[in-house]
Design a protein around this ligand. Structure first.
Ligand SMILES: Cc1cc2nc3c(=O)[nH]c(=O)nc-3n(C[C@H](O)[C@H](O)[C@H](O)COP(=O)(O)OP(=O)(O)OC[C@H]3O[C@@H](n4cnc5c(N)ncnc54)[C@H](O)[C@@H]3O)c2cc1C
Length: 406
């Protein structure tokens, strides 16, 4: 079997490698999903869009590069960027979750209005799903909207809303059809965060910074056409978004990129004069993680091939989220350990400190624990993989009445 790239792909590989060599120094350090993209991130994004290294397959009329999907091309671009430790572009909830959702189930008008500004990093979105009483049981959402004068009037509370404190827009799951039951009564609305009646209260995490929020909605008015699909289709749309969220959270390319950064770190740091990359305990951990990252990468390629063939990957997508978030946590834990004494002191002093490498790894490490829970906890992913993928018996639901037999 010949696994070498043919001439077309070798040419692309050379082209991307050349771009990374000549422009890589302009790359921001991270995908920047946890804050508003700064000037450097926006300029980098612009450059990637211009060269077709970002949004390569999004139609031109929506601001993308307009090429047909070619899995090998995407794999080559991702590989060159991630193994050089160069940012593959902005990854946030708008770009990685809402844009593919709109392209899959949104209207042409919605795509024309939102896709371009979102992929350019100009419009930032947050996800209004979780509520105090509905996290894992998402369909139990109680936030509701009634229709009045051509508007939805929304009332309720969301929680753990990442980025709501700097977002421009929210994609929101709420109850509109009271008579249609738990799943059938939901709708998916696009809500401007500047609308009167939205109150965002930041929640400080163990990083010492506010990364997510409580979001209160009181009589928030949204024009009736700001709905994706139709009233009552919200559960379907929400699941389309979840499908992409799982890929974002466990993204194998992000893992490869971070692995390259850990390897660099292990070459720079030392213990009693020995570079940490040569110390057997650390090296052993690194190699195990490297194996897992490679496995994730090939699993990701399998999903891409299925997508290109129009096949549904089903629960195989959940493995990306489940494994990817666990590997990311082990990677940043290794980085913090390798930093030794420099990895111990931690004093959050706001955004500026993220330029300090030790602090970046510490923040990532604390945040990575959250991502094992966010977007559906590992327990929930295992349940779904077990029940729908492996055909194991379903777990009893809370509705089952336990008590003495009659
Ligand atoms: C860092 C971070 C960012 C987030 N960002 C967002 C966001 O932007 N927007 C948003 O809407 N939400 C966000 N979330 C919320 C996230 O989706 C929820 O935390 C998650 O779905 C779990 O819901 P919960 O917190 O209500 O926990 P619960 O559902 O109350 O679960 C509590 C515990 O019980 C376990 N559990 C629950 N049900 C079962 C079951 N059936 N079987 C086995 N175990 C079970 C869970 O695994 C968990 O350990 C974020 C969360 C985190 C940590």
């Amino acid at each position: 079997m010949d696994l070498a790239y043919g001439p077309k792909y070798r040419a692309l590989q050379e082209e991307v490698r050349g771009f990374v060599r000549s422009h890589g120094h302009l790359s921001p350090r991270t995908g920047g999903g946890r804050k508003r993209p700064d000037k450097r991130a926006l300029a980098w994004q612009h450059l990637l869009l211009q060269h077709g290294y970002f949004a390569r397959n999004i139609p031109k009329e929506y601001g993308g590069f307009g090429l047909p999907l070619d899995v090998m091309e995407l794999a080559i671009i991702a590989d060159e960027f991630s193994s050089a430790g160069v940012s593959p572009g902005i990854m946030n909830q708008g770009i990685s979750m809402l844009v593919p959702t709109l392209l899959e189930v949104g209207s042409k008008e919605q795509c024309a209005k939102w896709v371009g500004p979102t992929i350019r990093g100009e419009v930032i979105w947050c996800q209004g799903y979780s509520e105090p009483g509905s996290g894992s049981d998402l369909a139990a959402a109680k936030t509701h909207a009634r229709v009045e004068d051509g508007h939805f009037i929304i009332n309720g509370q969301k929680i753990w809303t990442s980025s709501a404190h700097f977002a421009d827009m929210m994609f929101l799951l709420c109850r509109t059809e009271t008579e249609k039951g738990k799943h059938g009564g939901l709708s998916y609305l696009l809500v401007p965060m500047s609308a009167p009646g939205i109150d965002v209260r930041p929640l400080v995490t163990m990083t010492g910074r506010a990364e997510f929020n409580e979001t209160f909605l009181t009589d928030v008015r949204v024009p009736i056409d700001q709905i994706v699909m139709r009233r009552g289709d919200g559960w379907h749309v929400a699941n389309v978004t979840l499908k992409y969220e799982r890929l974002l959270l466990g993204d194998p390319n992000k893992l490869t990129y971070r692995l390259a950064r850990v390897i660099e770190l292990m070459k720079k740091t030392s213990l009693e004069g020995v570079p940490t990359i040569q110390i057997p305990e650390y090296r052993d951990r690194l190699l195990r993680i490297q194996g897992e990252v490679l496995a994730s990468k090939f699993h990701g390629l399998r999903l891409l091939s299925e997508q290109a063939k129009g096949e549904e990957s089903g629960v195989r997508r959940l493995i990306v989220k489940l494994n990817g978030t666990m590997i990311a946590y082990r990677l940043s834990s290794l980085a913090v350990d390798v930093l030794g004494a420099a990895g111990l002191p931690y004093e959050p002093k706001g955004e500026a400190l993220e330029d300090d490498e030790a602090t970046t790894w510490q923040i990532d490490n604390m945040y990575d624990i959250g991502l094992i829970i966010g977007g559906g906890s590992s327990n929930i992913q295992r349940n779904i993989i077990g029940e729908r993928g492996l055909g194991l018996p379903r777990e009893p639901t809370a509705d089952i009445k336990l008590g003495p037999k009659e």
